[in-house]
Ligand binder design. Structure first.
Ligand SMILES: [Zn+2]
Length: 345
């Protein structure tokens, strides 16, 4: 091959290369063009391989032309690469653009669960009398759940609580919030006015009025000279705040191993106003909590001297209060998490 032919071939190669670069539409095809023309086995290398067949004086000229072709192609490659990059960027910007004139997506606000709402209302009412909210553990020891509350291992009263035991000996899921009394008595000194809301567990068949999981609020007051009259006054004030000032209340004798004497506290049925209906089993009254004067043994187990201190305790079912407040007829709805139910509150 002579100088003239080689120069002409180089010029053709440059023209073809530039055209291929210009028509590459994405990074991959541009790279393919680069490899084909400027790669180690590319066309330019192959063509310049023929330089050895030229007379010695012509070789530098062909080398110079080859370099110019290389530079021209490399410059074109770079330029095309920049064009493709900015096109890609623009496409991305157009795709991801935020239209600030669009109205925002509405933020959906939830509402408080009826049990939480009821719990807060209970805490608010007793809070007016100086009761402070404490929390106790859901997994309790047999000692605090039963023994410290005057219920020894062989006591028949244990039949009142169908208990769920854990694998750890001596531990169980608390059957009531009453072990919180022991926690509070051991941790604080009288005067005590404590409210202990929480989840309790019993091995129960589930139906419209029973769950294996339910909520209680325990109340405890301990001081010098606390009497049953204080308990009655406090519970009346609570019932009036929760169910209306005109609603009659009454004490009935009750039994709990950890209070002596023990009472059940009734309010006049909120459905029939005392006339008698299926909700109150025709009695005209509804029991909302159990209460009594703290048993001296329990005070002693809490580290307090029963000669000096007296106290009362009460335990009310949060579910029961919520059922009466909202007119709900099935306790299971509280924990089913059905939005059609929850969105009504
Ligand atoms: Zn009734």
């Amino acid at each position: 091959m002579d100088l003239e032919t080689l120069s002409a071939r180089l010029a053709e190669l440059q023209a073809a290369g530039l055209e291929a670069i210009a028509s590459a539409t994405d990074p991959a095809s541009l790279e393919a063009v680069q490899v084909a023309y400027l790669g180690r086995r590319g066309e330019l290398k192959t063509l310049l391989g023929g330089i050895g067949g030229l007379p010695a004086e012509d070789r530098p000229r062909v080398g110079a032309i080859g370099n110019r072709v290389r530079e021209a192609l490399e410059a074109a490659l770079q330029g095309r690469q920049a064009e493709l990059d900015s096109a890609a960027l623009e496409a991305r910007l157009a795709h991801e653009a935020v239209d600030v004139t669009l109205p925002g997506r509405p933020f959906r606000r939830g509402s408080l669960h009826p049990l939480i709402e009821t719990n807060r209302e209970i805490a608010r009412i007793f809070g007016q009398f100086g009761f402070v909210v404490y929390e106790g553990p859901e997994v309790e020891t047999d000692v605090r759940n039963f023994q410290a509350l005057n219920i020894p291992p062989d006591h028949p009263a244990r039949d009142l609580w169908d208990t769920l035991y854990t694998d750890v000996p001596g531990h169980l899921l608390r059957t009531h919030t009453s072990p919180g009394q022991i926690h509070v008595m051991q941790q604080t000194a009288p005067p005590i006015r404590a409210l202990l809301p929480g989840r309790c567990f019993r091995y129960e068949a589930v139906d419209a009025s029973h769950g294996f999981e339910f909520f209680q609020v325990e109340g405890l007051m301990v001081d010098e000279g606390t009497t049953m009259a204080d308990l009655r006054g406090l519970l009346d004030a609570f019932a009036h705040a929760m169910f209306g000032r005109a609603r009659p209340t009454r004490f009935r004798p009750g039994y709990y191993p950890f209070t002596e004497p023990s009472v059940a506290f009734d309010v006049q049925c909120v459905v029939c106003d005392g006339a008698g209906c299926p909700s109150c089993k025709r009695t005209g009254w509804m029991t909302i909590l159990g209460a009594g004067m703290v048993h001296p043994v329990v005070l002693r187990n809490g580290g307090l001297d029963p000669e000096r201190y007296q106290g009362f305790a009460f335990g009310l079912g949060t579910d029961r209060i919520a059922i009466l407040r909202y007119g709900i007829n099935d306790i299971r709805m509280f924990l089913e998490n059905d939005l059609r139910f929850l969105e009504q509150f």
